[in-house]
Design a binder for this molecule. Sequence first.
Ligand SMILES: [Ca+2]
Length: 123
Amino acid sequence: MFRILFLALLASPLALAQIYIDYPDGSTYTVKEHERVFVTPADVYMKSSYQDGGVYFQRIHPSTKRDSSYVAPVSEGYQVGSHEWCLNFDTASPYSFETATWGRLCDTNNDGVYDKADSGWNG
Ligand SMILES: [Ca+2]
């Protein structure tokens, strides 16, 4: 199980596409601006050093942050990679791991649409 941690980012914003995390339980979290996400199977600690030479490690716990409401994509219910899933996938949704999966399994000629020209088409 990977732990997802959030820390405030002090650098300037880099911009960009909205990033969100899909959890196995179906919940999601949309990463806010200035947040950093660390995904690791290991325990993570924050180190504090004191002037007297003391060093203190404080364990950072996995994030429990979730978006307030989760809306299941319309393609949910079809087996990932199936003809129906490929057809019903919302290609206008924010880029995600699912989008990458759709591109790999459905849009095999990488033209942005799933149709007869793709090798997995069986409609
Ligand atoms: Ca295609």
